[in-house]
Design a protein. Structure first.
Ligand SMILES: C[S@@+](CC[C@H](N)C(=O)[O-])C[C@H]1O[C@@H](n2cnc3c(N)ncnc32)[C@H](O)[C@@H]1O
Ligand code: SF4
Ligand code: SF4
Length: 502
């Protein structure tokens, strides 16, 4: 005898080439209390135990046991089956395959369920002695040791799991998280890069706020409301910062180059559009504008640089009403500009109506004016509470409007009318996964509704790597919590119903 000794629970002892094992029989389950049943796994009859041991050992000595007495009597009536196996078959053979990795995982899970985490970690360690480099066992060993505060053991196991199972996201994620928890986030770069390669984010849309300047004071807009409170900062994103962001983010179906602010006030919006187009990362490049700042030639240049389509905000074309809801709007200038844009860029200009309590009564007239101006596609979406709750439409009102949309379509056959978010969806919002937004300062937020200056963000893409911000532990934790309940910042979202927690 000699060499290392290994203990799995109290059931298996292997000393070099000698194995002493004691197995309960399958019938033991019938006579065991509910509480102890979890600890009875890998049950063997005399025949199956002999078969298992014979695969690895030359000499087998099997016994039977009743109460405290070991004997060589009748196995079928024994309580337990001890055995001794001597003389391992083959040079360098590993420990006998007494418990398979799958059996070991079951045992680990049962021990954890009973709160026996340290014992579970010992079982994992012992099993790895038999099944070195088995990824499930390595990950169990890592997670259990992390739980026990054995950071170095956990990191070692994660690292090994990443090496032997390089395609397993859970291995890389575990390693990155463990490094971060250990205060070693700086070492996580290769892990994050690998995660990114394994799990490329598939975004459907990204909003990039290129400016927070504006020429209007629309009464319900977050900018107008915050500016009145002295809480607004006017700022442009430089073309260079925009380029860095575009280089960092993944290919995305659509990029919207505007947040809260008027994008055409940016000193080099053509340059911004050219960077987006030149990257080849976006299927569609667009933005929403009040259309009052620049002439048609300017918009021609944007289309020449790669703009896909343009959305023009028109809440009313009636002078007083337009001025009330979108302060600073000259309705006749807007009508004229819109008509030119529609004529010059057919099929590429969409009208956006934000419908609230103030302009609801003028909707039919607005649609009539738009049809006369040559508009085609018209998207209507409900006014959202950004500090002016009184103008929001109740759900009943929205439902009633949705009911009359078919009538509106019949009344204005030249228009293609869509009413979005009439009823907030009860589904879990997927924006934080697929449609995030980037503020003018470079911070990445869950969606284009969450653009408040200095508010919540996952991190800053101009100061941190994309991998760190998007795959970081905090972001991951936020997203997992988001799956369970709505955070406070989603309260009042017109697109999704809040789940418990908002
Ligand atoms: C914030 S603006 C930025 C782009 C540009 N300045 C414009 O007005 O088109 C984008 C869109 O948000 C809409 N909007 C402003 N305040 C809103 C509110 N309280 N609820 C819903 N949409 C709003 C605007 O009408 C516009 O269509
Ligand atoms: S034009 Fe756009 S950004 Fe400016 S105040 Fe109106 S809605 Fe807000
Ligand atoms: S629920 Fe609304 S506010 Fe919250 S992340 Fe989704 S879109 Fe944004």
């Amino acid at each position: 005898m000699g060499g290392s000794m290994h203990l799995i629970g109290l059931r298996v002892v292997c000393l070099g080439a000698v194995l002493i094992v004691g197995r309960p029989k399958p019938c033991a389950l019938q006579h065991t209390s509910e509480a102890s049943r979890g600890s009875l796994i890998s049950l063997k009859t005399a025949a199956t135990l002999r078969d298992r041991l014979a695969r690895r050992f030359v000499n087998l000595f099997s016994f039977a046991m009743n109460d405290d007495v070991v004997h060589t009597g009748c196995a079928p009536v024994a309580d337990c089956l001890p055995a001794m196996a001597v003389g391992q078959q083959g040079l360098g053979a590993a420990m006998p395959d007494v418990m398979t990795p799958a059996e070991t995982m079951i045992r680990i899970e049962r021990l954890v369920a009973q709160g026996l985490v340290r014992e579970a970690a010992e079982v994992a360690a012992a099993a790895l002695w038999q099944h070195a480099d088995q990824p499930d066992l390595l990950l169990a060993m890592a997670a259990l040791n992390e739980h026990l505060g054995e950071t170095e053991l956990a990191l070692g196991a994660y690292e090994r799991a990443c090496a032997v199972a390089a395609d397993r996201v859970d291995a890389w994620r575990g390693w990155v998280d463990a490094l971060t928890h250990a205060g070693r986030a700086a070492d996580a770069g290769p892990g994050l890069a690998r995660l990114m390669a394994l799990q490329p984010p598939i975004w459907q849309q990204v909003t990039v706020e290129v400016t927070t300047y504006c020429n209007l004071k629309c009464r319900g807009c977050a900018r107008t409301i915050d500016a009145a409170r002295g809480q607004w900062t006017n700022r442009h994103m430089s073309v260079d910062s925009f380029r860095r962001i575009v280089e960092a983010i993944p290919p995305t179906a659509e990029i919207v180059t505007q947040g809260v602010g008027e994008p055409t006030l940016h000193p080099d919006l053509p340059g911004i559009i050219a960077v987006a187009a030149g990257s080849g990362k976006f299927g569609c490049i667009c933005f929403t504008t009040n259309a009052l700042v620049r002439d048609a030639d300017y918009h021609q240049e944007l289309f020449d640089r790669g703009l896909s389509h343009l959305l023009v905000s028109v809440d009313s074309l009636e002078p007083d009403l337009a001025q009330t809801v979108r302060g600073g709007t000259n309705a006749s200038d807007l009508r004229e500009r819109l008509a030119i844009l529609l004529r010059r860029f057919p099929g590429r200009v969409i009208v956006e109506i934000t419908l609230g309590g103030t302009n609801l009564h003028g909707l039919a007239q607005t649609l009539a004016d738009l049809q006369a101006t040559g508009a085609g596609r018209v998207n209507i979406h409900p006014f959202d509470d950004m500090g002016l709750p009184d103008d929001c439409l109740s759900r009943e009102r929205r439902a009633a409007i949705a009911q009359v949309v078919p009538d509106l379509r019949r009344a204005f056959p030249g228009l293609h009318i869509e009413f979005h978010n009439a009823d907030p969806s009860p589904a879990v919002c997927r924006h934080p996964l697929f449609e995030p937004a980037i503020r003018v300062d470079g911070s990445l937020t869950p969606c284009c509704r969450i653009l408040d200056d200095g508010g919540f963000s996952f991190g800053n893409l101009l100061e941190q790597s994309f991998e760190e911000v998007w795959f970081g532990t905090a972001t991951d934790r936020w997203r997992r919590a988001f799956e369970q309940r709505s955070p406070d910042l989603c309260a009042g979202c017109p697109m999704f119903l809040p789940r418990p927690g908002a």
